[in-house]
Design a protein around this ligand. Sequence first.
Ligand code: SF4
Length: 367
Amino acid sequence: MSFTDIIQNYSDFDYSSYFSSIKKDDILKVLNKSKLDINDYLALLSPAASECLEEMAQRANRLSIQHFGKTVLLYTPMYLSNYCVNKCLYCSFNAEHNIKRKKLDECEIEKEAISISKTGIKHILLLTGESRQATPVSYILSAVKILKKYFQSISIEIYPLTGEEYRQMVDAGVDGLTIYQEVYDEDIYKKVHVKGPKKDYHFRLKAPERACEQKIRTVNIGALLGLSNWRQEAFITGLHASYLQGAYPDVEVSISLPRIRPHVGRFDDIYPVGDRELVQILLAFKNFIPFGGVTISTREEQAFRDKLVPLGVTKMSAGVMTSVGGHSTKNEETSQFEIGDTRSVEEMKKAIFDIGYQPIFKDWLTL
Ligand code: SF4
């Protein structure tokens, strides 16, 4: 069964009735199981489970330490370009926003790479706006060639590619893919993606699988929290991770929990997700898939990020600039969104040690 079929099976599911049938005792029973199924995961996303966050946290903490130790991998995003042909209502890079556009040339990419690598970072996430015209596959491949000189792991967060294009990326040395569906609810997806190729919901939905088929090492998926009902979005995200992990056991599957941040342009149709709700999503996922990774970006404030670490966070960004070339030049006008945690790599390293965890710079080596 494809993941599209799996989502389809839940299209008429009565989430409200299911959630109201779940009581606190049901949650405690779920937490006593050694292995959770899909229904258990959904129960952990219920209002009843929000009364059991402490119990969920204890189990998540224990299982996460069993699988990952007390470690957090640090990485830095590097923005290559903010040219974008899409009109996504929640993003500064929206093609119709009148912002300064920039794309790094090869010299600037190298300069940026040198600047980031001096901080000790070994894992890099390469990002662009979504424009095949401004940043074609050949441009990304050239950037990867430069970045390989400075980093042990290169992930990409760009427009969805075809299988053949993912193969070219893997052959060039890309080992990780981050791609968010943004919102799994197809009707809302159509509303918030007003114009551009990103309107193709299914091409994007199948992108992680196309990359897995080409033997990418890691895949990181997620929904942009705030675009739809968080319980349903978190549930489908977990289903997606579980599907990918089952179908491609060699691939390391992670989820991210990005919440909408202030950005250029106005978007009022937000489904608020508070801190407690974000914690519940994280705990539900870690209890369901203890060996799944969780990334928390600098969209979150520093004090909150630090509190999340023992709950099962495995990867965090550090020394982040969301502007193009922001590590080697001052270019604030082109930021994708406002960040909540501006700590340098050194400060993040210290913060993680202070929590009693070990910051990791390299957990992978290309031979
Ligand atoms: S979310 Fe991505 S595709 Fe949409 S406007 Fe921003 S950069 Fe472009």
